[in-house]
Structures are given as C-alpha cells and as structure tokens.
Ligand binder design. Structure first.
Ligand SMILES: [Zn+2]
Length: 292
C-alpha cells in the first residue's frame, strides 16, 4: 500500500453485509483483519461445496468454538424457494430452525429477493412477501429479538423478475410486512433495496422508525451533496455494508478484499467529507451499538 492510502486505513469498519462460507473462514478472517473489518454481519447459509442444514450448524459451532460470536454476527438465510414447494412444511421447519440457531448465537435472518421475483407455488402463482402463511416466521423473529436483513427487487437497470411483478408492487408488499411488524428491526439491503433516489429513501425512513439500511451502489443513489444530506440526517440508521460477496474464481484474498473492495469504499466515505460523528456512526458505531 502506498503512503497516501494509509490515511484511509486508520478507522475500524463494521460491515453489515458480508457473505463468507465455512470453507473460507480462515481466509475471510485474515482478509477482514487486513482490511480493518473488526466486526460485521454474515448473511450466509450454503457452503460452496453444497450441503445445507448440517453445514450451517457445523459452521456456527465452529465459529463459536473459535470465539467469533462478537466478531461476526450470524444471520440465518433460509432456502426461501422451499416455501413455494411446501409452504406449511417450510414454515414449520424454519421456525424450529430459527430457535435452534438462535441458541447457537444467530441474531437475525436474511430475506432474499427470490421472494417476489423468482419463487412460485406448485400451481404457478408467484410467492410474495406478504403471504399470510409466513406470519409465524415473522412472529418467531420477533420473539427471538432478531433483526431481518431484507432484500427486495433489483436495480432498475437490470430488473427482470420471472414473476413479472413491478418494483413498486414488490416494494408495496415489502412495506406491508414492515408495517405489520413495527417491533422487528429491518435492515434494508443495498441502499433501501436499490431505491435510487435520496428523497424516496428519506421518505421510507421517515415512515418506518423500525427501518435501517446498509449502503451500496451509492453512484445510483445520488450526487455527493445528496449523499451527504442523507447520511447526516439519518446517521443513526445507516450501516456500512457494500456486499462484497466472494470472488467467483478464487478464495477471498488480499487483492479482492483490500484493493478491489474495502480500500475504494474507505476512500469514498472519507472523501465525502461527513462530520466526524456521522462518519463514526456509519462506519462503526451503529453496528457496534446494536450487535456487540
Ligand atoms: Zn449480499
């Protein structure tokens, strides 16, 4: 790293949107250490080599054995498409899995965009988020004190759902679930589900006090002036969380993590010129306060 970049490295990050599997836990730990990611939320279930429930449990047990509970907060990611295949069975098993995983330290769950975009029932009708049969899942989340990371829709530039639903329609379904569960904290993934408009982002946060958001795709959200306005105004409700995923063709190495991922993000946030209080909240304190 050159000297000029060093000034971007001297603050800790809480990354509220990470995905790493058991297979790469060692590399991920090492890489996050190097990138100054001191804690974060891991939204992941399925190991790269396949496997399902047994692997997730094994993963949690291994993380706990290694003392990582306060370093990486685990969120359960159910296989949502099973709800379409077998709604009642899915709900029953998911609620019991949630309790089992909560006992192993899991603090929340991921709800993915396949609901509303890609999942169908056996009769060919689409699965939507406000399906009443999912109410026991939300109820269990509430009882466990879980946070829900909720990802609905895709960016407008490549929005192409097999259900043919519009973004607005899916947002409406999402908002019904949020409104019906005011005591569940929701983190909307990817800058309020790729809302692509700071005014709409702001209106959503004003409407729902239980909603926070992680931040990605800033260039689609607004100008730097608009971003500064949004970040300062809602500094308590935004998380750093760029969704780094995993490299497609190699383990999570230094080049991917630091050079391609975290360093450009660090620079962007520093160069925005936020107040110190807002900067600290978004990069670290909001996550630390809520989860550590
Ligand atoms: Zn993600």
């Amino acid at each position: 790293m050159n000297q000029a970049d060093k000034k971007y490295m001297d603050f800790p990050l809480f990354d509220a949107h990470m995905h790493y599997p058991h297979a790469y836990l060692d590399q991920a730990l090492e890489a996050y250490e190097e990138c100054g990611v001191k804690a974060g939320i891991n939204l992941w279930l399925i190991d790269f080599n396949g496997g399902y429930h047994s692997n997730y449990e094994e993963f949690l047990v291994d993380c706990n054995r290694r003392g990582l509970r306060k370093r990486f907060i685990q969120f359960f990611w159910p296989e949502w498409k099973e709800f379409g295949w077998n709604p009642d069975g899915f709900v029953k098993r998911t609620c019991s899995d949630m309790r089992r995983y909560a006992a192993l330290g899991v603090r929340g769950m991921k709800v993915w965009k396949d609901i509303g975009m890609f999942n169908f029932f056996a009769d060919g009708t689409p699965v939507y988020l406000d399906d009443e049969r999912l109410i026991p899942v939300w109820k269990t989340a509430r009882e466990l004190g879980w946070t829900i990371s909720l990802h609905t829709a895709d960016p407008s530039s490549h929005f192409n759902p097999r259900t043919k639903a519009s973004r607005e329609f899916l947002f409406k379904k999402r908002d019904e679930v949020i409104a019906a569960n005011p005591d569940i904290p929701f983190i909307l993934c990817h800058s309020a589900n790729y809302i692509e408009d700071v005014k709409k982002f702001s209106a959503l946060l004003d409407r729902f006090p239980n909603v926070c958001s992680d931040l990605s795709q800033l260039e689609k959200l607004g100008t730097d002036d608009e971003l500064r306005w949004l970040f300062e105004r809602y500094s308590d409700r935004l998380y750093f969380g760029p969704d780094m995923g995993m490299p497609d063709n190699r383990p999570p190495d230094r080049k991917w993590n630091l050079e391609e991922g975290y360093l450009p993000w660090r620079k962007k946030l520093v160069d925005l010129g936020l107040t110190e209080a807002t900067f600290k909240k978004i990069t670290w304190e909001n996550g630390a306060k809520r989860f550590l």
